[in-house]
Structure formats: structure tokens, C-alpha cells
Design a protein around this ligand. Structure first.
Ligand SMILES: Nc1nc2c(ncn2[C@@H]2O[C@H](COP(=O)(O)OP(=O)(O)OP(=O)(O)O)[C@@H](O)[C@H]2O)c(=O)[nH]1
Ligand SMILES: [Mg+2]
Length: 440
């Protein structure tokens, strides 16, 4: 564990500077040798020459900062070397440091060490990678709540409440004769308190995947209503082929769109119709599948009119995340309405109505990001598991007390695994850190 690791922390390529990080017990001795100095002051920027130990020639002039454990990112002794941003220089520095006794870091190993040294809990450590990969400004702010500790404290507090309850119950089991048993009503009251908090948390939770991957918008509708034209207009450039032929789009196309600080993935699909064409039929099936997994559905119809098939399709869509887009409104005034759905009139030809359409999309996106908490699917499952255990415990009024404590303990363990505060198997840790890049 205490071997010393080294990695380039900046992306590979030519840039103004590259940062090389070293962490572990030998960081300071390596630094002294590398720069031929007697000491490095902690948390001070030193401007030094770095010589190639083989030739003695100056390889680069750099800034070095030494962080003394535990006041560093990893909690270990660390060096950060700011070199000129040529990948040959950075790699040579890494090689030299390895020759002085360090080894190449694995993916996410710096952050893993930070976790193992208690600098952050597992929830926070997992978030570091998401912040680095976040693709929109909203995502970055949303993820801060996970690193800043507010959410961790809430979870830790729930677990404490359960552990306190367990302790009190068990003290009475151990000293049965001396201390009167806690009344079941008291246990139930305290369980109900935690159950309420957990239910609230699960209700207000927002999926972290959305924050990281972006919000998906799928464009559905009958052939030739102008789906691809709406798609292009939203993106602001002609990405999809538009033609007056029915069945122009046969496979789906997706494109990223940044709007209002959010990241969207907009998907144009094959128009829905009865067709003999095998490829097109597969495309249509894909369109219908996509509506299940998408966050926002734009159902495009033409102002010229709607048929029964379209009405039938709309009736199967979820009104809360569907917008009916009445396109081609330059051709005529639509004389129909769609009960129970918000609809917006637009013209992909003139551009009319697109401001309103975008506003509406941003409103739905805003709602999706309005929650206090962001959890990954795995974390949310652990929370649900904890809730289930507590509900079971709550229903055990007629059963012996140690069956109640069994379920309370299981709930506390589920919460603890989100934070990583119980001992975790190595493979769980590896799963968290394997998506990281080297140097993080
Ligand atoms: N007048 C008018 N014509 C439009 C408008 N939007 C699209 N069109 C025309 O409608 C035709 C079909 O447009 P597309 O965008 O290819 O329609 P689509 O729904 O993607 O069609 P498929 O891919 O075949 O399902 C083209 O000739 C477009 O120029 C509009 O707002 N007004
Ligand atoms: Mg199309």
C-alpha cells in the first residue's frame, strides 16, 4: 500500500504545462534526489532545475510543490511537478521518478488512496470522476452537492440513528435483568422517523446518470411531418437529410446539444408508418423502443392534420415528459387539439415557435435537475434496500427482538456501503475506480 506512485495528471499532448504527480512514503526523498536539494518546504512553490540523472543535462526547469501527509489530496506525502507541456518531457520525468523507486500509478489510484486515507468517502470519491467528465455546467453544480459533504452527512446521520437504536436494544439484551426492555412503541417510533427520512430522500433523488450523460430527447412521429427538419432546427445545422419523400430517415441519428447550461442528446428517428421495407420496419421498432428510454419526447405532427394512428400513438405517451410539436404551421392554422398534452406550434421552415419549444424543453430539464440529491442507480438501489429492511423490521412487532435488530443492522449496512464506511471488498473498490484515468 505504501509504495510510491507516479503519473502524468494532465492530458497527453502539447500544452503550456504538464503536471506530474507523485504520492507515497518516498515522495520527499525522491524529490530531494531529483532536484539535488536538502529539503523541500511543504506547500511552497519551488522553482528548480530538473536534471537527467544519466547524463546530468538539464531536462527542464519546473515548479515543484511538496505536500506533507496528511495535508494532501491522497493524504500521503505528495509532490506536484509543473513541467513544460511537451509529452516527451513529462514522460521522461515519470521514467526518472520510476528509476528513483516509484511505480506507475493505476487508474484512479490517487483518488483511491484519498478514499483509503479517509480524505473522502466513497460517494465523494466516485463523484470526482463524474465531475471531471461532466459535459455541462448544470452537471458540475449538481455534482458539487455530492462532494461538499451535505449529502454524506445526511446519510451518515441516518446510519448513526440506526446504530444508536441497535446499541440501546442490544445493551438490554445483554443485561436483561438489570435494564428494562425498550418498549416496542419506542422502537417503532424511531424506525418510523428513519423510514420517513429515507422515503423523502428516495422521492427527491435525481438520477446521476442524467447529470453525467445528458438528457435524452427523442423526436417521434408519422413519416414526413418534418421530424428531421425540427431536429436540424434545434441543433442549428443540417445534420439529418430532409426530403419530401416518405421514409427519408430509416435509422435513428443522435447529436449532442448544449442549451441553457444543460447537455442534451437529441435523437431523430424513422417516421412511423406501415411499410414492407424490412430496414425501415426495424428503424420504426427502434423509434418505439427509444421512447421508453428517453427523458423527453417530442411528438411531431403536421398542422395539416392528424390521423387516428397518430392519436393512438400519442395516447400511449407519458404527458409529463411529452411535448406535441405541431410543425408546418406556416402552411395552415391547425384546427385540432390534443387533450392532456402541452403542444407548441412551430415551423421548421420559418423558424417560428422554436424559442418557445426550447423554453419548454429547458423547463422540463430544469425540473429533472431540481432535486437536492443525485444518486447513481447502484446507490439508489442500496437506499431502497435499506428502506425495505426497515419496513420489514417495523412489521415484526410480534417477533423476538433479535429478528428486528437483524433487519435494522442490514439497513445500516446498506447505507454504510454507499459511503464506503464499512470494510469493502477489493472488487467493489476496483469497480468505482476503474473508469478513472491514470493520474486521477
Ligand atoms: N412548409 C413546411 N414544410 C416543411 C416544414 N418542415 C418540414 N417540411 C417539409 O416536409 C418534408 C418532410 O420533412 P422531413 O424533415 O424530412 O420529415 P420527416 O418527418 O423527418 O420524414 P421521414 O424521415 O420520412 O419520416 C420536407 O419536404 C420538408 O421540406 C415546415 O415547417 N413547413
Ligand atoms: Mg426524417
Amino acid at each position: 500500500m505504501n509504495d510510491t506512485i507516479v503519473a502524468i495528471a494532465t492530458p497527453y499532448g502539447y500544452s503550456a504545462i504538464s503536471v506530474i504527480r507523485v504520492s507515497g512514503d518516498s515522495a520527499l526523498p525522491i524529490g530531494k534526489k531529483l532536484f539535488s536539494v536538502d529539503k523541500l518546504e511543504p506547500r511552497r512553490a519551488h522553482y528548480l532545475l530538473l536534471r537527467d540523472p544519466e547524463s546530468g543535462k538539464v531536462l527542464d526547469d519546473v515548479i515543484v510543490i511538496y505536500y506533507r501527509a496528511p495535508r494532501s489530496y491522497t493524504g500521503e506525502d505528495m509532490l506536484e511537478i509543473f513541467a513544460h507541456g511537451n509529452p516527451l518531457i513529462a514522460q521522461r520525468i515519470v521514467d526518472i521518478i520510476i528509476s528513483l523507486g516509484a511505480r506507475q500509478a493505476e487508474r484512479g489510484e490517487f483518488t483511491k488512496r484519498a478514499f483509503l486515507h479517509g480524505k473522502m468517502n466513497l460517494l465523494q470519491a466516485a463523484t470526482i470522476n463524474n465531475i471531471i467528465n461532466a459535459r455541462s455546467e448544470q452537471a458540475i453544480y449538481a455534482l458539487r452537492s455530492r462532494v461538499e459533504g451535505h449529502l454524506s452527512r445526511k446519510l451518515a446521520n441516518l446510519r448513526e440513528q440506526l446504530l444508536d437504536l441497535l446499541k440501546e436494544i442490544e445493551a438490554r439484551i445483554d443485561f436483561e435483568d438489570d435494564v428494562p426492555e425498550i418498549p416496542r412503541e419506542e422502537i417503532n417510533r424511531r424506525l418510523d422517523g428513519v423510514i420517513n427520512l429515507l422515503e423523502g430522500m428516495i422521492r427527491d433523488a435525481r438520477p446521476m446518470e442524467k447529470v453525467v450523460e445528458g438528457i435524452s430527447i427523442v423526436i417521434l412521429g408519422k413519416v414526413n411531418v418534418g421530424k428531421s427538419s425540427v431536429f436540424n432546427k434545434l441543433l442549428g445545422f443540417d445534420r439529418a437529410i430532409v426530403s419530401s419523400m416518405e421514409g427519408t430517415t430509416r435509422d435513428y441519428i443522435s447529436e449532442n446539444l448544449q442549451m441553457g447550461g444543460f447537455m442534451f442528446r437529441v435523437i431523430d428517428t424513422a417516421g412511423i408508418r406501415e411499410t414492407e421495407d424490412y430496414i425501415e420496419r426495424m428503424g420504426i421498432e427502434k423509434s418505439l423502443e427509444l421512447k421508453e428510454s428517453s427523458d423527453i419526447i417530442l411528438f411531431v405532427v403536421s398542422a395539416e392534420g392528424m390521423d387516428g394512428r397518430e392519436r393512438e400513438l400519442i395516447s400511449r405517451l407519458p404527458p409529463s415528459r411529452t411535448i406535441v410539436v405541431i410543425n408546418k404551421s406556416d402552411l395552415r392554422e391547425p384546427d385540432f387539439s390534443i387533450e392532456g398534452f402541452r403542444s407548441i406550434r412551430v415551423s421548421a421552415r420559418t423558424g417560428e415557435g422554436f424559442d418557445r419549444l426550447k423554453e419548454e424543453i429547458l423547463r422540463i430539464a430544469g425540473e429533472m435537475f431540481s432535486g437536492d440529491f443525485y444518486f447513481s442507480t447502484g446507490e439508489l438501489n442500496l437506499l431502497r434496500e435499506a428502506l425495505q429492511q426497515l419496513k420489514t423490521a417495523r412489521q415484526m412487532e410480534e417477533f423476538p427482538i433479535d429478528m428486528v435488530t437483524y433487519h435494522i443492522r442490514a439497513a445500516a449496512l446498506s447505507i454504510a456501503s454507499i459511503l464506503g464506511i464499512e470494510d469493502l471488498p477489493e472488487e467493489v473498490l476496483d469497480r468505482v475506480f476503474r473508469d478513472f484515468c491514470i493520474g486521477k
